[in-house]
Structure formats: C-alpha cells, structure tokens
Design a protein around this ligand. Structure first.
Ligand SMILES: NC(=O)C1=CN([C@@H]2O[C@H](COP(=O)(O)OP(=O)(O)OC[C@H]3O[C@@H](n4cnc5c(N)ncnc54)[C@H](OP(=O)(O)O)[C@@H]3O)[C@@H](O)[C@H]2O)[C@@H](O)CC1
Ligand SMILES: [K+]
Length: 476
C-alpha cells in the first residue's frame, strides 16, 4: 500500500522525531536523499551544472545542503536566492564553503540555460496558493531551460493536502519527497506536476490511518475473490444488472461484459435490452420483469444507459443488498432513499455527474477532486468512486480515500464506465465491501485499459476482454 499524509500530520511526526535527534539531523537525511536522487539523474556528478532555486524556508535549506553535497563531488552549483535576507543560513554557509555561487533572480537566466539539473527548493509543505509573482518567472525559466527539474518534497505551487493547483507551479520531472507521500503527489491536477516521485525515508512515525492510500498489486491480489472448492454460482454471488434501454442497448451489453469478468457466479440482466445481451453473452440470466421480481441477487448495478425510467432505480434502492448507482441511476436516485439504505451503496459518477449532484461545475470538481469525492460521500452517506484522470474512492465517512494508480488516458472512451460499473457490481456480489469493490475494480479496469490499448486506441469491449489478463497478472 502506498500511503499519503496531510501536512498537519507530517508536522506532528516531524516534531516528535526532531525532539529525539540532534539539531539539523532530519534536514541532513532529507538533503542526502535529495543529493543521491540528483546524482542518479545526472549519471556523472563531476563537471555537471546544477542550479538551485531557493525560497526562504526549510525547503530551500534542503536544496542548499543537497547542492553542497553535489558541489563536493565536483558539480558546479549556483543558487538563485529569492530572498537573500531570509535564506536558510546553515545551508547557505555549507554551499559557500564548498565553492557554490549565488546569484539574484534577475541573473538566473544564464545559469538556468546551461543547467543539467534544476532543483526546486522554492517552497515545500509550508506553501499556500500558487507561486508568488517573484517566484513564478523562475518556474517558467526552469521549464524552458531543457534541464531536468527536481522538486524538493513537492513541486512548488501545488497544494500538498488536496492536489489542487491554484496558480503558477513548478513542473517537475522528478519529485523527491520526505517521510511520506503527500496527497497532492498522488492526485490530479497536482500529480501531473510532480513527474515521477521518489520517497526518502527520514524515519517519521506516522499514524495508522493515512489521508490517502493507493492499492498496489499485492493489496489487490489479497482482495480478489477466489472460488472455494464447494462454491456454486449462488455462493460466488449473483449480480443483477438493471441497465440499457431500447435507445442504448450497448450500455447493457458492456455492463454485463464487465460483470461477467468480476468474480460473481452469475449475471442476471433486467431491462429492455435482453435480446442484445443474450445475443452477445448467452450465459446471462435474462428477466423481462422489473428488479423487484427478477429473483435473488447479492448486489445490483443500476443506471448505465438506462434513460429516464425512475422505477427500476427506486426498486433497486429498496433492495436490502449492496447497490451500485451509475450514470442515469445517479440522476434518478432520490437522495433520501440513498441515505435511508442500510446495505452499502456505491456511486460511480464522472466529474460532470458529480458536479450535478453537488450543484457545482465540472471544472470545480476536476480542480478539487479530493474535496468533491469526500463531500459527495458524506452528503449521500454512501461510498463514492469519482472517475477521471485519478479515480478516487471515498467511504461514507470521507476518511482515508483510495486513489487508483493504474489509470490511463486511453480509458476515456465511450462505454468504458459501463464496463467499470458491471465489474464493480460483480465484486460487490462476490462479497467485497463497497470501498474494496470500487478500488479493486478501478485497479483492474485501469490495468485492462493499458493492456487493451497497448499504445493504440481501444474500445470499451476491448477493455472488458482484457480484464482476465489483468486479473491473472495481479494474482501471479
Ligand atoms: N516535515 C519534515 O519532516 C521535514 C521537512 N523538511 C523540509 O522543510 C520543508 C518545510 O519547511 P518550512 O516549514 O520552512 O516551509 P517551506 O515549505 O520552506 O515554505 C515556507 C516559505 O515559503 C514561503 N511561501 C509560502 N507560500 C509561498 C508561495 N505560494 N510562493 C512562494 N513562497 C511561498 C513563505 O514565505 P512567508 O509567508 O514566510 O513570507 C516561507 O518563507 C519541507 O517541505 C521539507 O522540504 C526537511 O528538511 C526535513 C524533514
Ligand atoms: K519544492
């Protein structure tokens, strides 16, 4: 599991550790890790040219000490001081002692143009808002220089706690972060600014519950349902799919295609697209009566391509089994009926649907995904999976939020959400909690999307067909 903690928690852990260590020890650990990462990037340190962008806090201190370590190994190091009077004094002394040079911001251009690596020590977890006017031009020069940009702790200008980007920010190729990931390094739009992320262990002791976590292969492998010897189809779970319409029969077919690959023992389809479903997947149990009379299921999926009929949504919400609400189902569901449910509910909106439910704009949701997913989960007392560039899953309490690490831009294709809802519903029927079903489905779906695309466009049905390969790889 990859975990991320917000700034307040990092600060507390930092204070506890600092009290037990000699002064400055923590910063030296950070600087050593940072210098090692820069050295790896440079390949050959001796004779290389490194430019440090230095703000007035400890983030700048880390960069200066790392610069001193590189200068000791023969790099030419130039520090650009944004605020000479408030520069970390020990770091500056260390750099000067080994021959590092210092220039003011208006003379940074020349050094930046010749740099191999630019180290962004403008601001770290002490920052608020986008870069200030004195720092923003340096970020632009760094981006234009062609040098590799290494962010110290996080790219300056992003919001560490939320992944928001509220103004100018540094675009890094590599971020060297200390003690723990910060939520902003895992969540878009900020994640895009971080490049690849390297974690340096500085010995922090962190609480059990992170703010954000990302499942890794081994976590998903442990959660995937596995049939026992005595399993029959009912014990493995039956998932009911109430989806599709005469206008959109394809949504039903795609949701069923996802459901068939999600571990449930059987898929029951209810709705007007039964003929299309049977033609493609003869193993489906098709019913032409409403969800209430369709027979027993262990979980329902309602909504993909369903049109305007609110009746099946209401019937499904009244069932005492886990329910997944997607697409039209989200629009047609009565909020109080969702809140009144005792069995788990999993809602799977994309940003536009989430915005409609929250009464805000799509841009607002995309810019503040972590806040949006938590707000929606609390407001509906449901688990919410917010689809998008970084898919997030929040439980009803808005506590630890899962971020999916396998997403790919190729998944932004028509019908891909229908496959995801069928897959998630199948995992719900197989007995996973709503949080696990949503995050495991997103993980498999993302991986399947990568396999299906393999560098070229792929349709939603290709993604569904690649799910078994993703599943096998995770279990391997
Ligand atoms: N935690 C740990 O365990 C460890 C932490 N360590 C390191 O310490 C870092 C935190 O250091 P920190 O607390 O000194 O704050 P930091 O990020 O340097 O920023 C403060 C300065 O930035 C300024 N500023 C603010 N907003 C700005 C903006 N938008 N644009 C431009 N400037 C802005 C602000 O200005 P002011 O408001 O004071 O005028 C103030 O001067 C942390 O990220 C890590 O690198 C490691 O050494 C060891 C282990
Ligand atoms: K930084």
């Amino acid at each position: 599991m990859r975990t991320a903690y917000r700034v307040e928690t990092v600060r507390t852990a930092e204070r506890e550790l600092m009290a037990r260590l000699p002064e400055g020890a923590l910063m030296q650990r950070a600087a050593a890790g940072l210098a090692a990462a820069c050295a790896d990037l440079l390949g050959r340190v001796y004779g290389s040219r490194v430019v440090l962008l230095i703000g007035s806090g400890d983030n700048g201190g880390d960069a200066l000490y790392a610069g001193a370590r590189l200068a000791k190994r023969g790099a030419g190091v130039t520090a650009v001081l944004l605020n000479p009077d408030r520069t970390h004094p020990g770091g500056l002394r260390a750099l000067r002692r080994v021959g590092g040079t210092v220039v003011p911001p208006h003379r940074a251009d020349h050094a930046l143009q010749r740099a191999h690596v630019v180290v962004d020590g403008i601001v770290g977890i002490g920052g608020k808002g986008g870069l200030r006017p004195d720092a923003a031009p340096l970020a632009e020069l760094a981006a234009a220089s062609g040098a590799a940009v290494v962010a110290v702790d996080l790219p300056s200008g992003i919001e560490a706690d939320t992944g928001e980007v509220r103004g100018a920010a540094v675009r890094a190729d590599l971020t060297v972060t200390f003690g723990t990931h910060k939520p902003g390094l895992l969540i878009d739009p900020a994640r895009e600014y971080a490049g690849s992320v390297r974690l340096v262990d500085i010995g922090l002791t962190l609480p059990a519950d992170p703010d954000v976590e990302a499942l890794q292969h081994a976590d998903v492998a442990a959660l995937l349902p596995h049939p026992a010897a005595e399993s029959d189809k009912y014990r493995r779970g039956v998932v009911g799919i109430a989806a599709g319409s005469t206008r959109y029969p394809g949504a039903a077919v795609l949701a069923v295609s996802g459901a068939l690959r999600g571990g449930a023992g059987a898929v029951r389809y209810v709705g007007p697209a039964g003929d299309a479903v049977i033609a493609r997947f003869p193993e489906t149990l098709v019913s032409d009566r409403g969800p209430k009379h369709a027979g027993r299921v262990q979980a329902w999926v309602v909504g993909p391509g369903a049109g305007d009929d609110a009746e099946p949504v209401a019937e499904v919400l009244a069932a005492d089994v886990p329910v997944l609400l997607d697409a039209d189902g989200l629009r047609l569901a009565d909020r109080d009926a969702v809140r009144a449910r005792t069995a788990p509910t999993l809602m799977t909106p994309h940003a536009g649907e989430a915005a409609a439910l929250l009464g805000t704009s799509r841009e607002e949701v995309e810019g503040a995904r972590l806040t949006a997913v938590r707000d929606l989960a609390r407001s509906y007392d449901a688990t919410v999976l917010l689809k998008g560039s970084t898919t997030l899953v929040s439980g009803p309490d808005g506590g630890t939020v899962r971020v999916n690490p396998t997403g790919t831009a190729w998944l932004a294709t028509a019908g891909s959400g229908d496959v995801l809802s069928g897959l998630s519903g199948s995992l719900l029927a197989a007995g996973l909690s709503a949080l696990d079903a949503g995050s495991v489905a997103a993980y498999l779906h993302g991986l399947a999307g990568r396999y299906a695309a393999d560098g070229a466009p792929a349709g939603a049905h290709d993604v569904a067909e690649a799910i078994p390969a993703a599943w096998r790889d995770i279990r391997a």
